[in-house]
Ligand binder design. Sequence first.
Ligand code: NAG
Ligand code: NAG
Ligand code: NAG
Ligand code: NAG
Ligand code: NAG
Ligand code: NAG
Ligand code: NAG
Length: 309
Amino acid sequence: MFSIKTLFPILPLMTVSVTTVNAWASDNHTCALTQPIYSCENSTQIVDTCCTPIQGLVLVTQFWDTYTGLEDQGSVLPKDSWTIHGLWPDRCDGSYGQYCDLSRQYDPVPSPNTTTGKSDGTPVPAWTGGDVITPLLQQYGKYDLLAYIQKYWKSQNSPDWTFWQHEFSKHATCFSTYDVGFEGVPDCYGSLYQNSTEASIIDFIQSVIKSQIQYPTYEWLAENEIKPSNQTGYKLFDIQNVLTQKSGGEPYLGCSGPTKQVLSEIWYYSHSLGRPQDSFLKPINQTTKSNCNQTQPIWYYERSQGSEY
Ligand SMILES: *[C@@H]1O[C@H](CO)[C@@H](O)[C@H](O)[C@H]1NC(C)=O
Ligand SMILES: *[C@@H]1O[C@H](CO)[C@@H](O)[C@H](O)[C@H]1NC(C)=O
Ligand SMILES: *[C@@H]1O[C@H](CO)[C@@H](O)[C@H](O)[C@H]1NC(C)=O
Ligand SMILES: *[C@@H]1O[C@H](CO)[C@@H](O)[C@H](O)[C@H]1NC(C)=O
Ligand SMILES: *[C@@H]1O[C@H](CO)[C@@H](O)[C@H](O)[C@H]1NC(C)=O
Ligand SMILES: *[C@@H]1O[C@H](CO)[C@@H](O)[C@H](O)[C@H]1NC(C)=O
Ligand SMILES: *[C@@H]1O[C@H](CO)[C@@H](O)[C@H](O)[C@H]1NC(C)=O
C-alpha cells in the first residue's frame, strides 16, 4: 500500500496530507487552460501530451456476442445492446502500441505476451494479484461506473474483470493523456487519488463509458429494421450504410466464421478534440477495410437461450 512513511521516511511533519504530497508531483496538466485541438489533424500544435493524445486515432470498439460462456455463474449479456470492447489509441498512421507502461500491468493473461507480439519483444509479465478494478471503484464510491461495466463490459469465457484489466493495461497505457510518469513521460494527474495509477484506471473506465454511450449500435440498427435473427441474413452494405449515417463515419465491421459471415464486432474511428477523457469525438471513416463477406448474407445472430437478460 501507498504510505507516506515509506516514501518520505525523514519527513518531519507527519500530519502532511496525501493531497499535499501528490500536489508536489503535479505538473499542471489539468488541461483547463489548454485550447483543445483535434488529434491527428496538426500534431505540431500539441504542446501538452496530457491534453491531446499523440495516439490520436481514437477507436470506440464493441462486440456482438451470443453467449458469455459463464452463464452458469450468472454472467449474461445485456438485452438490446452490443457490449463494450474498449477504447483504443491508434497512432495517426493506423499503427498502434500495446502494454506501453509495464508499471501498470494488471492483465492476468497478457495477449500478446510481449510488447511487440514477437519473441524478441519485452515480455509482459502476467498479473497474479487478481481483481484490482472492482475494489478500486468501490473504494472511491464509483458504484455507477461499476454497475455499468458489470452489465455492459462483458468478457467471454473468463471473469469480466480480467477483460477490463486487459483493456486497461494493453491500451490505456498507450494513450498519452493517461500517462502517470513512466520513463520520463509526464504525470497527467494531480492529487485526486492516492496515486496516479489509480487515477488513470478510474479516469480510463469513465472515458470508456462516456464514449460508448455515444454509439448505440443496437438501437441504430433496430430503428432500421436490422435486428438479430437466426432466419434472415443481411447485406453488409445495408448494415454499413445505417451505421455510417448514424455515427457520421464509416465504421469497421468485423465478422467471424470460416466465410466471414457472422457479424461479431464494430470499431468506430474518430479524432478527439482535446483529451479522449472529455469524449468530444469527431467521427471519421475506418482506415482499414471491413473483413466481412461482401457477397454472402451476413448473420446478425440472436443470443443463445438464457444468455441475455
Ligand atoms: C497505486 O495504486 C495501484 C492500484 O491500486 C496499486 O497497484 C499500486 O501498488 C499503487 N502504487 C503505489 C506506489 O502505492
Ligand atoms: C504550476 O503552476 C504554478 C502556477 O502557475 C506555478 O507556480 C508552478 O511553477 C507550476 N509548476 C510546474 C511544475 O510547472
Ligand atoms: C499546424 O500548426 C502550426 C502551429 O500552430 C501552424 O503553423 C501550421 O500552419 C498548422 N498546419 C496546418 C496544416 O494547419
Ligand atoms: C509467449 O508465448 C509464446 C507462444 O505461446 C511462447 O512460446 C513464449 O515463450 C512466450 N513468451 C513469453 C515471454 O512468455
Ligand atoms: C464469402 O463466402 C463465399 C461463399 O461461401 C466464399 O467463397 C468466400 O471465400 C467468402 N469470402 C470471405 C472473405 O471469406
Ligand atoms: C466516408 O465514407 C463515406 C461512405 O463510404 C463516403 O461517402 C465519404 O466521402 C467518406 N468520407 C471521407 C471524409 O472520406
Ligand atoms: C442463433 O444462432 C446462434 C449461432 O448459431 C446460436 O449461438 C444461438 O443460440 C441461436 N439463438 C437462438 C435463440 O436460437
